[in-house]
Structure formats: structure tokens, C-alpha cells
Design a protein around this ligand. Sequence first.
Ligand SMILES: *[C@@H]1O[C@H](CO)[C@@H](O)[C@H](O)[C@H]1NC(C)=O
Ligand SMILES: [Fe+2]
Length: 235
Amino acid sequence: MKTYCAVFGAVSLAVASHAFMVGSPLTGVSKAPASSSTVRMAVALPPLPFEDTALEPLISKRTLDIHHGKHHAKYVTVTNEMIKGTDLENASLEEIVKAAKGKNQGLFNNAAQVWNHNFYWNCIKPNGGGKPTGKVAALIDRDLGGFEAFRKQFAADSNGNFGSGWTWLAMDGDKLKIVKTSNADLPLTQGMTPLLVIDVWEHAYYLDVQNVRAQYVDNFLDKLVNWDFVNANLA
Ligand SMILES: *[C@@H]1O[C@H](CO)[C@@H](O)[C@H](O)[C@H]1NC(C)=O
Ligand SMILES: [Fe+2]
């Protein structure tokens, strides 16, 4: 374990109380090397893919400290507590999410929230947003009526999601769709491939723009979306 933690020190700081694996950007987990029998699979908290001040003033360090360091971290801790000693103790995060869906609501809520947040952090970056290029731009034109129509619908779904939830761009078969989910729900369990997500839980924006979710959504679309990540998800 010592050697392993030295190699993946950045991750070990994030999840000190558990054995864990280094994360892939999408799921935060990966398979254990066959030889390392001392390493127990567990769900990790991946570090943010940018500095904690990098999104200021749109998303403050204070928001990131609490959103990533408290909310996201808590979902990781609770997921690990809930899988400990069960059939899922060595499963990947994706396997846990799919196994818990419709069967164990508490585990699903926590594991899906880990997956959603792992994904969300990769969907934003400093100096992002605006019109995409590449494959996703072509799909938006083909399936969603062009960028302006996409932007209008994505913002409307994000602002109109009553309570807590998420708005996604996802591939449903070979069709690009905007998908709105509530609480921890995600398109992954509906057989779709997620490409982009915005977190519209209040904890994502309340410290920065208070109740004005529309401002946060505009900032996300105009200044934060990481379209390179979206295009990579299509590759
Ligand atoms: C998980 O891995 C550990 C260590 O290899 C093993 O002892 C345990 O039986 C595994 N649990 C399950 C449910 O497969
Ligand atoms: Fe969140």
C-alpha cells in the first residue's frame, strides 16, 4: 500500500481513509493491477482538473472548496462505507451505479453523485464556453437545430429543473439529445452516453450568484464549457 500511495500521491491526499485506485477522468476508478493483492478497490475522489482559483470570479474558490471538498467528498465517503463488505466492494464506480439503480436507492444516490461530479468537473475549464467546433458542433446542427436552438433549450431545461438535478448532452444511439435529470439520476442508466453536464443543485452556485441560477447557467454556457472534453467523449 505504501508504494502504491507514493505513486499516486495526489489521489491519496484526497481519499486518505481508503485504499483506492487512480481515477480515469470519466469514472474516477479503474481496475486493480492483477498482482497487487493488498490493494482493495474503492471509489476515489479525483482532484479537480484545474486550480481552485482558476474559475474565479464565475465559480469561486469557496464554492469549489465546499462543492468538491465537502459535497463530492462526502458522496465518495458514503459510497465506500455502503459497499464495504458487500458484493460490490471491489466493483468499479460504473458497476456500482448500475447495480444500485432501482435496487438500493441510498447507494445509488451517493455513487451516482460521485459519477456525476467526476464528470462535471471535466466539463468546465477557464476560458471555455461559447460555440463548439468539431464533431459535437456538427451533431448540434444535425440533431438540435443549431447552436442557438441548443443553447436556448439547454438553458431552459437547466433553469426550469425544479429542485435539484442535472442537464446533459448525451448520445441516445446515434442521436444527440438534451436530457434533464432529477437529484442523482443520470443518462448512463438509460443506456445513453453522456457527453456534457451542468450541475444545477443549489450548492453549485448559491455562494456565487445566490438564487440567480440563470446567471450561473449563462456563465457555464458562455464562459466555462470544455468542448474539447465533449468532443473527446464522442471519439
Ligand atoms: C475484494 O477483494 C479482496 C482482496 O482481493 C477479497 O478478499 C474480497 O473477497 C473481494 N470481495 C469480493 C466481493 O469479491
Ligand atoms: Fe454538485
